[in-house]
Write a protein that binds this ligand. Structure first.
Ligand code: OSB
Ligand code: MG
Length: 368
């Protein structure tokens, strides 16, 4: 496979409702797409970050520079291009997993398409459909939150994740549990908003039967998570702390978490995501696939990953309508609380040229 062209496309899509976390409020998703053309196929990928470095230390303009000046020249110089060789070529560049994931994923998508193989088959998927959860942002009032959750449950989502932060934690969780009863599969995500000194406060969440509490403490505070895990009955899940299979192995060995959220962009791509899945499976640690409000392009690839056997918990992969009025692909629909994994080559989607044009803000050619 030979690379012929690489284009970076900046897109902006309005969200159907604002998404507020302890880090930011988003009313639209502004992100980057990477389109690669090879001598035999094409591939797509979507940047898992934002214009501002508030969830991840990376941000869109930085990723653009890293790709253009450091990653694309190394990868286009490879004499024999395969997706599995991309990480090695990029390894001299430190950090920047989101930018690296973007380039590796577009090439992986193109490689799968060249062999007419679905990405889920390449990765080792064993499922045709996956359980879909929904991540519910912070709202102004508890009444608004209850309405939002009721709407998602009526659509059939099988698990609810509430975003929490100091001042928006015990009361909303209590209210949702009281309204929807003990059978609702419920979890909370703090996006690093607490410190270990909040342990007594966080322990109050134990009475609500949460399936997990995601990333309560800072990304680099594995030690704090170990201590907190001893004080809470609620299982801890790590998101921001896990950037590699080595991180996962270390966190598990320390006892910092009982569950891991695998987010392909955060860990540098689908190949490292699969290794994290494998490490977790070897240790009996259940995983689920996280999301970054992806368009149909990234969501299709996340679905492919979630087809692996260790993804036994409901995922943050929701229907297109939960995010966008019009997606960049044919809409993904919820059926019996599940989303089907595309079975076409690569991610299995086709980018809608009219939708892409409508949402494109700028584009540049990185290689031709
Ligand atoms: O922590 O999982 C997170 C979105 C942006 C940044 C961080 C997170 C999220 C989500 C969205 O929870 C999940 C989704 O894409 O549906
Ligand atoms: Mg999270």
């Amino acid at each position: 496979m030979k690379l012929e062209r690489i284009d970076l496309i900046e897109v902006s899509l309005p969200l159907v409702r604002p998404f507020r976390t302890s880090c930011s409020v988003d009313t639209e998703r502004n992100t980057l797409l990477l389109h690669v053309v090879t001598d035999v196929s094409e591939g797509w990928a979507e940047f898992g970050g934002d214009p501002e470095p508030v969830y991840s230390p990376e941000f869109a303009v930085g990723a653009e520079r890293i790709l253009r000046d450091h990653l694309v020249p190394r990868v286009t110089a490879l004499p024999h291009l395969t997706a599995a060789r991309v990480a090695g070529a990029m390894a001299p560049v430190k950090g920047n997993p989101l930018a690296k994931a973007l380039l590796e994923t577009a090439i992986l998508d193109a490689e799968c398409r060249a062999y007419a193989m679905p990405l889920s088959t390449y990765l080792g998927g064993v499922r045709d459909r996956i359980a879909a959860g929904v991540s519910v942002g912070i709202t102004d009032t508890v009444t608004e939150l209850i309405d939002a959750v009721a709407g998602y449950l009526a659509e059939g989502y099988v698990r609810i994740k509430l975003k929490i932060e100091p001042g928006w934690d015990i009361e909303p969780v209590r209210a949702v549990r009281a309204e929807f009863g003990p059978d609702l599969v419920l979890q909370a995500d703090a996006n690093t908003a607490y410190s270990l000194s909040d342990a007594d406060h966080l322990r109050r969440l134990d009475e609500f039967g949460l399936g997990q509490l995601e990333q309560p403490l800072a990304a680099d505070d594995l030690g704090g998570h170990v201590e907190l895990a001893k004080l809470l009955r609620t299982p801890l899940c790590l998101d921001e702390s896990i950037c590699s299979a080595r991180d996962a192995a270390f966190a598990i060995r320390l006892g910092a978490c009982r569950i891991i959220n695998v987010k392909p962009s955060r860990v540098g791509g689908y190949l490292e995501a699969r290794r994290i899945h494998d490490v977790c499976s070897a240790h009996g640690i259940p995983v689920w696939c996280g999301g970054m409000l992806e368009t149909g392009i990234g969501r299709a690839q996340n679905l492919a990953l979630a087809a692996l056997p260790g993804f036994v918990l409901p995922n943050d992969i929701s229907a297109s309508s939960r995010y966008y009025a019009t997606d960049l692909t044919a809409p993904f629909k919820l059926e019996d609380g599940c989303l089907s994994i595309p079975d076409g080559p690569g991610g299995g989607i086709t980018v809608d040229p009219a939708a892409l044009k409508r949402h494109t803000v700028a584009s540049q050619t990185l290689f031709a």
